[in-house]
Design a protein around this ligand. Structure first.
Ligand code: 3HC
Length: 286
């Protein structure tokens, strides 16, 4: 099946990034969120990015107008009935995701795919609440979506080969390179990335070096675009903690045990860039 009409549920950072990328790739995109203000915020982000790309000469005024025409914001999920695929990008909590999978399973055509952008929750549990288990998979994008080239296709024991092939082709349409992972906590990237971020926090807790020096070491010593503290702030400390907890629960290796400092930062609402303060302070630059 060639995917042409896509539905995205959740207009946050990831959902709006996927919507932007898909509209730029020439697809018809329906985008929704739980309330108009969240949807407006997502649309503002997308229009801002297109404005930036136009200023840089990467998109013409006409291309921006065409992209906007392909993007359909709505609060009514019934409008997704004719979508070829729906991508769930809502809050990283199990119950709301399961409820949405049940709801969308009742709205979508029987041949439509239903995928989740979750970074750590089991895809298998989402598949289990639908009547289309072979058409359910993970499709995990990376932040910032329009820039990051990878997408993880996550298959459960019941995801069909046809679904995986459709998702491969869809990823290519979006300009992404897919890799295939089994439905295990953390998939590939977070299984490797999370212990690296947690080790940096432990190093700092132990006083091995300052945060700034650990960041500089990894940036200049390994050519990573961001050091671990800058990256954790960028990903979100709540997201980092949640991913660590989920992977640790399935795989109780101390490398995945969240350090006390990370928990305390999250308790204080210091969630990284998005809250204005994480390991670093972003309030002035905001
Ligand atoms: N749409 C299109 N292009 C965009 C864009 C957008 N929304 N946002 C940025 N860009 C483009 C810019 O135009 C710029 O293009 P140019 O170089 O051709 O002019 C390019 O992206 C780089 O942007 P900037 O110049 O603003 O910034 P940097 O060069 O500092 O790069 C970065 C920023 C791409 C974020 C880089 O620092 C980076 O790659 N960091 C690491 C990010 C990372 O590792 N992400 C994965 C996190 S893990 C994850 O998401 C999984 C989750 O489950 C936890």
């Amino acid at each position: 099946m060639a995917i042409q009409k896509i539905g995205i549920v959740g207009a946050g950072l990831m959902g709006s990034g996927i919507a932007q990328t898909a509209a730029q790739a020439g697809l018809d995109v329906w985008l929704s969120d739980a309330a108009q203000e969240f949807l407006d915020r997502g649309l503002g982000r997308i229009h801002g990015a297109w404005g930036m790309l136009q200023t840089k000469g990467r998109l013409t005024e006409e291309q921006v107008a065409q992209n906007k025409a392909r993007l359909h914001p709505t609060l009514a999920l019934e409008e997704y009935a004719d979508c070829d695929i729906v991508i769930e990008v809502i809050i990283e909590q199990k119950e709301p995701k399961l409820a949405l999978f049940r709801q969308m399973d009742g709205i979508l055509r029987p041949d439509a795919l239903l995928v989740s952008n979750t970074s750590s929750l089991p895809i298998t549990e989402m598949a289990a609440v639908t009547g289309r288990r072979d058409k359910v998979a993970g499709l995990h994008f990376f932040n910032p979506v329009p820039v990051m080239k990878l997408v993880e296709i996550v298959r459960t024991v019941e995801t069909s080969d046809a679904t995986v092939e459709t998702l491969r082709a869809f990823s290519a349409t979006l300009g992404k390179t897919p890799i295939i992972a089994k439905d295990t906590a953390g998939f590939v990237v977070n299984f490797l990335l999370i212990p690296y971020l947690l080790s940096a926090i432990r190093m700092y807790e132990h006083g091995t070096a300052t945060m700034e020096d650990i960041d500089t070491a990894m940036q200049l010593g390994t050519s990573y675009p961001m050091g671990p503290f800058t990256l954790a702030d960028y990903v979100g400390l709540d997201t980092t903690l949640y991913a660590a907890e989920v992977i640790y629960a399935e795989n109780p290796d101390p490398a995945y045990a969240p350090p006390a400092l990370l928990r305390r930062m999250v308790t204080l609402g210091r969630l990284g860039r998005k809250s204005g303060q994480g390991f670093y302070d972003y309030r002035e630059t905001k």
